[in-house]
Design a protein. Sequence first.
Length: 634
Amino acid sequence: MRILQVRFRNLNSLAGEWKIDLMHPAFASDGIFAITGPTGAGKTTILDAICLALYGRTPRLERVTRSGNEIISRQTGECFAEVAFETQTGRYRCHWSQHRARRKPDGELQAPKHEIANADSGEVIESNIKGVADQIEKTTGMDFDRFSRSMLLAQGGFDAFLRAAAGDRAPILEQITGTEIYSRISMRVHERQREEREKLNILQAESAGIPILEPEQEEAIGQALETGQKEEAELAAKSADAAKAIAWLTNIDSLKREITNLADEAGKLQNDIEAFRADRETLNRSLGAASLDGVYATLAAARKQQVDDGAALKTEEEALPGLESSVREQARALKSVEMHTVRVKEELKTAAPILQKVRSLDQKLTDQKKAVLEGDEDCRKDAVKIDEVKKARLEEKEKRAKADETLELVEGYLEEHAADEWLISGLAGVEEQLGGLLSRQNEILQKETDHEKARNALELAARSLDDCHKQCGILKQELEQATIQRQQGNDILSRLLGERLLREYRTEKETLLREMAYISKIAELEEHRAKLEDGRPCPLCGATGHPFAEGNVPVPDETERKIDDLTGLINKAEDQEAAIKKFEQAESKARNRLTDAERAELAAAGDRRSAGKALAGMKESLEKLRADFAECRQ
């Protein structure tokens, strides 16, 4: 940390505004400079301004609050302190201020303001009083106590150190610099060294009681060991062979037992065979009969066929005499026919010329018959045409008769309704009115359809609105549940942390860890502490008394316990913060969903109102059309 600039106003005896620019060449060229002046001139006030700007307090005063401010100059209404400094992370400007009401010297003190900002960009990093202190500690790595002891040395404490005797300087220096813990650490380290030295002495004494072997003894033992190892290897080989033999014998015994068991089973099976002998003969006979079952069936079928064939043969033998008689009669008839055929052939030879003429005449007759048949076909066609013409004439005559009857009826109707002749001229107007009525009727039908659609839309909008109401109720319950969970999580975290913030516990843990690190560093000074002798001055502080060299080192157990407790507390708090974050996310999600549902509900309500208005308008229009249609019909 490097201070670049100090600026303050109305602090103690330094009334007005003051500025010290440590970047000025006069300061930059000289590495060392001093603040001098008589008592009360304001030397310490400059250091107070630095502390006030950084931490809101000074080594001589507690925190400056609304209830009390002892550092503001008398008869002034405001004061401030500002420090610009630089660290490895960047350049910063820290500003603290307080004023009275209306900035009058007699006004009431107002709450102080404290902020830290980036010196280059002017961006405010933190403006909360407690948050600024935490940010300063995070940026510089020092809280107020460490800063005042490492960067500043209180004037009264340093004066006491200079005036003290050589033997009293060590306690005063510890009080000024806050290194009491180093003394406790040194005592603890010295005590630990003494314990470990005692353990070492015991071990050395025990080792001294162990006799050391001579080279000859060591060689003899080595040979004995080698011999023992060889014997062990031989015994291991023999043991392996014995194990194999035992396994072989065990296998033989097992096989013998298995043979005995098999012999017993064979005896049992032989007894079963003897007992089954009678049943076996019966079974064999049954099996033989079963094997002949198919042959027997074939034989039975052949026998049945033989019986059927015998019956058929008997029937045919009985019919044979009749057939033989019939054959004889047919033979006689055939002989008679053959004789008649011979006679006909002889007659045919005699009548051959006559037959030739007959065939010629038959051909001519056939041709004439064909011509007659063709003429008959034409006659039939002409007759059909004549019938069709007669039928057409008859139908025409009937139509003419009906037309005459219709004409007579029309003439009679005209004579009877002569007064209705105006309808012929008024038909066009009637048709026009009819067209208008049909158009209105179609319009009414369309309006009725639209009215039905609007009514359905209204019902749909009402159902949608009901669904939105239900969804909003469910989401409100989810939001309430998420809010309750988040509040419960915050309550648990508050009870866990008490009135402190989590970063304060982290800071305390880091402080304790650094103290433990200092304990380790003090262990490195044990060699120098062991050289201290009572009555001789310490080369560092000049003290002749060395209480830490007598084993009065600090005990770190309490620090370790605190670190463990803080670690557990921080882990629980971090877990609770993670749970709270999840609850917050769930709450935010539920709130967003509820907002969307409420918007949907409003939209559904709007749709319902629009549908209701549209339905009312359509109903009114439909009623008007129906009234007009009824009026037109009248």
